[in-house]
Write a protein that binds this ligand. Structure first.
Ligand code: S3P
Length: 183
């Protein structure tokens, strides 16, 4: 599981579905690499002084994706940074290309079942799922993953974690090991 792009280590973008642990792993990874950490959703909220749910409600998804794209371009110029992206970031505009040109993208690949368990408890601030029943959530994850997987698969590195008890520390160590291993 080596990484093809060790030389572009100035920026690391974590991608993957909602609930895959991008923010938790990203914070820890940044700490270990002595990089700064940016959560793209948080960055958007701070810049626009509006939360993600409000942005979806006011402008709809297309408008949110345009804002997300613009601010991704901005963070892609910051050096020595770990960026945790939103679950959809990789799948709109040419965002995968931007991330892969600016640095290394890492897909945190998590099983449908683990995502379901985590997201059932964490729907409130996620506009795409907040009103869904458990059954609707199950169908949504399945369908969205099918559509999104082809974008996520364009990552420089894919780290799978299918142990419910596996923590961010383990995922982080896997990433650091892969980054150090020649492809
Ligand atoms: C989204 C995921 C969210 C956020 C927005 C849309 C998505 O981020 O960007 O609600 O399309 O999957 P997280 O993956 O951090 O929940």
């Amino acid at each position: 599981m080596g990484c093809k792009k060790q030389n572009s280590m100035k920026r690391i973008f974590l991608i993957g579905f909602m609930g895959s642990g991008k923010t938790t792993v990203g914070k820890l990874l940044a700490q270990k690499l002595e990089f700064s950490f940016i959560d793209l959703d948080q960055y958007i909220e701070n810049r626009l002084l509006k939360n993600i749910s409000t942005l979806f409600t006011e402008g709809g998804e297309d408008s949110f994706r345009a804002i997300e794209h613009k601010l991704l371009l901005e963070v892609a110029q910051i050096d020595n940074v770990v960026v945790s992206t939103g679950g959809g970031t990789a799948c709109f505009h040419n965002n995968m290309e931007i991330m892969n040109e600016a640095g290394i993208s890492i897909y945190l690949k998590i099983s449908h079942q683990i995502l379901q368990n985590r997201l059932q408890k964490a729907k409130e601030f996620r506009p795409l799922i907040k009103d869904k029943t458990d059954q609707e959530l199950f169908a949504f994850i399945l369908e969205a993953l099918q559509k999104r997987e082809k974008y996520y698969q364009q990552a420089s590195l894919i780290v799978s974690n299918n142990e419910p008890e596996e923590d961010a520390e383990n995922s982080c160590n896997k990433i650091i090991k892969a980054l150090k291993t020649p492809a």
